[in-house]
Design a protein around this ligand. Structure first.
Ligand code: BTN
Length: 269
């Protein structure tokens, strides 16, 4: 993919408008966007790679990024994403990715906070990182990975039962450039909504694709796990889980595992 190809027919106003950096291979597009951001790259600067050697996932995990089949992108947000808006912005990005996948003809689901699944298999993930300047947030990098045409064999054996791709679910290949252009439009719309409207709009959007609320879940935190029922998405983006003692617990960061699914479904402990 080249910047010219991406810009042709691109209908965004600020995302990918000023600067697009395309690479065959990078360590991580998030790292590359941070590097550009520290040199002053403007809001909406976009980094896209055909492959990543050290794609990063949430909680220090690795993001499989085989060459030429998936989309690996990061963009810079400055004024539209102050630190207090981070959780809300992350949910908004999940809604944007899900709606782009829906526009491609598939039926995406969102697992809190923002894993994007199709038929229980993870097809996309989001990693938002802040870059601090002495005491305040200087800018945010939003990283999105989507398994667009990734075949099952491209995933390592331990992920083959839990990871999916758009191609696998639609039964046909999807143009990565075309999907990227749609995705960028949706990202821009939902990031603006998040910055300019109250949380209710984001929560409505998220609920359209939600697959977490009402489920019996196990919450995995760095130093403990507990089970309960996912009851509500709070105004700040936290998940309210009622534990087995009937206590409501706010989960701000962490992973959610569905308890009712059989082995092999995404999110299995
Ligand atoms: C997750 O679900 O754990 C988040 C995965 C985020 C992966 C994307 S791929 C593009 C960007 N660059 C990275 O190193 N990570 C994100």
């Amino acid at each position: 993919m080249t910047p010219d190809e991406i810009k042709r027919d691109l209908k965004t106003r600020w995302l990918g408008r000023e600067k697009i950096a395309c690479f065959h291979v990078v360590e991580s597009t998030n790292s590359e966007a941070k590097r550009l951001g520290k040199k002053g790259a403007p809001e909406g600067t976009l980094v896209v790679a055909d492959a990543q050697k050290k794609g990063r996932g949430r909680h220090g995990r690795f993001w499989e990024s085989p060459a030429g089949t998936g989309l690996y992108l990061s963009f810079i947000m400055r004024r539209r994403c102050p630190p207090q808006d981070f959780p809300r912005m992350t949910l908004a990005v999940g809604v944007a990715v899900a709606s782009a996948i829906e526009a491609a003809g598939a039926r995406p689901q969102l697992k809190w906070p923002n894993d994007v699944l199709i038929a229980g298999r993870k097809v996309a993930g989001i990693l938002t990182e802040a870059v601090f300047n002495k005491t305040r947030t200087d800018f945010a990098v939003v990283g999105v990975g989507v398994n667009v045409n990734t075949p099952s064999e491209a995933f390592p054996p331990n992920l083959r039962d839990v990871a999916g791709s758009l191609r696998m679910s639609l039964g046909r290949p999807v143009s990565r450039v075309h999907f990227l252009q749609t995705l960028l439009c949706r990202l821009e719309q939902w990031c603006e909504l998040s910055a300019e409207e109250g949380f209710e709009k984001i929560r409505e959007g998220w609920r359209q694709f939600d697959t977490t609320l009402g489920k019996v879940v196990e919450v995995v935190l760095p130093n403990k796990r507990f089970s309960g029922v996912a009851e509500a998405l709070e105004r700040d983006g936290a998940l309210m889980v009622r534990d087995t003692n009937g206590e409501p617990i706010r989960v701000v960061a962490g992973d959610v595992v569905y308890c009712h699914l059989g082995k092999g479904s995404y999110g299995e402990a």
